[in-house]
Design a protein around this ligand. Structure first.
Ligand code: FDA
Length: 368
């Protein structure tokens, strides 16, 4: 009766990489997904001939040559470099915080001039152990940068004042004393030519895939199908929320088609003030150097989780981490279930990290 070696719940990057590797090793896999498309959160929809990132902007970056070569098997990548802008009090600034930003803020032209302003501000904040996110940010970057770029943006992101948020949310706020607007420090970066769907479709091309199938709607049936389960959904849902629900911050996306060639001249513009309710506007064609006649933009809003919203950012505070530990104890006892990916591990993963993790879990199997 057992028809498959692996039932893979979720066709996001974790599930798709695992399925690809298992299939290559001659294992029979069934991939199911509760959504009506594969790819999980890297999925794109085609609007006006533009790949629109349905679940938020996705820029591939990695420092690992192995992971870079791995993804390049499935698509060629373009030379997109992420250089976001920030709009604050009517003016545009370069991100990440670098000499261009400091010049725009204070007119300073040399790293030593910028350093002395920032050091003076940081020293005057004088927090030995920051008690909240506001104090943490002030002690890392000083008052000017905090007020212009962090204070209100954070409030929109988390729905609470920075002074009421835990300091651990911001561990580092890198300051770059060169004129370099490349957001990432990684050696390799780009967007797959043809879009992320192409990558995932190639991974899954020889594998049975059932879309719009929810594991929990017919759990015992699905469990009976395979020797092992690779579960990439929510770990608390897997255990019927018996220790409580793990909390997430969610997002709302509003896509708009505009009958002009270029809306904002850049893929990503952050909106730092409270006057705009959204946190950023993404103009998707710029990820691909698109030349279409029209353009598609997405306004991104950070919202509380509700029944219909997607879980995006895990809230890794003490309360949730305690709950997670209890679920992990149950998971450790499972001999036929592999938990992987952002929902099953309840952690923020970048794409290169989730691919590395799936490759590791696949190699741990040794395809016995
Ligand atoms: P993912 O969520 O993609 O897949 C899980 C799948 O399981 C989903 O398709 C879901 O429908 C399915 N599923 C769940 N429960 C199920 C059930 N019961 N039955 C059947 N199916 C079920 N990374 C990066 O490197 N660069 C970037 O720029 C970004 N940008 C970015 C923006 C935003 C807003 C977010 C939230 C995240 C990013 N990321 C990112 C991270 C990136 O999205 C992430 O690394 C991967 O999508 C994670 O892939 P997973 O397979 O783990 O989860």
């Amino acid at each position: 009766n057992v028809k498959y070696d692996y039932l893979i719940v979720g066709s996001g990057l974790f599930g798709s990489v695992f399925a690809y590797e298992a299939n290559k090793a001659g294992k029979k896999c069934l991939v199911i997904d509760r959504r009506n498309h594969s790819g999980g959160n890297v999925h794109c929809q085609n609007l006006e001939g533009i790949n629109v990132h349905s679940y938020g902007a996705h820029i591939f970056h990695t420092d690992s040559l192995q992971i870079w070569k791995y993804v390049n098997q499935f698509a060629d990548f373009n030379h997109y470099i992420n250089s976001p802008l920030a709009l604050s009090e009517g003016k545009l600034y370069n991100l990440p915080f670098n000499m261009n930003t400091f010049y725009q803020l204070w007119g300073v032209k040399t790293p030593s001039e910028a350093r002395s302003i920032i050091e003076a501000e940081v020293n005057s904040s004088n927090f030995k152990t920051p008690a909240n996110l506001e104090e943490q940010a002030l002690s890392l970057v000083g008052e000017s940068i905090y007020k212009k770029f962090i204070q209100h943006y954070t409030k929109k992101q988390w729905g609470r004042d920075a002074s009421c948020l835990p300091a651990f949310i911001i561990k580092r706020l890198p300051l770059r004393y060169t004129y370099n607007n490349n957001y990432f420090n990684d050696r390799y970066q780009g967007i797959p030519i043809g879009g992320y769907n192409l990558v995932v479709n190639k991974m899954l091309q020889n594998i049975e895939l059932r879309l719009s199938h929810d594991f929990f709607k017919d759990r015992s049936f699905f469990e009976s199908l395979a020797e092992k389960i690779v579960f990439t959904g929510k770990i608390d849902e897997f255990y019927q929320y018996q220790y409580g629900k793990l909390e997430y911050r969610s997002l709302k996306f509003e896509h708009e088609i505009h009958d002009i060639q270029d809306y904002q001249g850049n893929a990503v513009v952050n909106y730092c003030d409270l006057t705009a309710a959204f946190t950023r506007i993404i103009e998707h064609k710029h990820f691909e150097f698109g030349t279409q006649k029209s353009t598609v933009i997405t306004k991104e809003y950070a919202i509380n989780e509700s029944l219909n919203s997607e879980p995006y950012y895990p809230i890794n505070d003490t309360k949730n981490m305690k709950i997670l530990k209890r679920y992990q104890c149950l998971a450790d006892k499972e001999s036929n279930v592999i938990f992987g990916g952002r929902l099953a591990e309840y952690r923020y993963y970048d794409m290169h990290q989730v691919i590395a993790s799936a490759l590791k879990k696949a190699s741990d199997e040794q395809w016995k």
